[in-house]
Design a protein around this ligand. Structure first.
Ligand SMILES: [Zn+2]
Length: 66
């Protein structure tokens, strides 16, 4: 199981952090994450928000044309 590392300073995520430092910002403030944490499927809430945003966008466009 590959381990994902996450930088606490710039939120960079990667599998290979050389010398325990973030390749993006050089910070040593790194947390280790399990695969099960990072590849969590999106809950239904994010899908509902996405649909709601499309409805708002559609309603805005309809109001402009009618
Ligand atoms: Zn970083």
């Amino acid at each position: 199981m590959p381990t994902t590392y996450c930088c606490q300073d710039c939120s960079y995520q990667g599998h290979n952090f050389r010398q325990g430092r973030c390749p993006a910002c050089g910070s040593a403030n790194i947390s280790r994450r399990n695969k099960s944490d990072t590849e969590k499927p999106r809950g239904p809430l994010s899908l509902i928000i996405c649909i709601a945003l499309w409805i708002i966008l559609g309603a805005t466009l309809i109001r402009r044309f009618f």
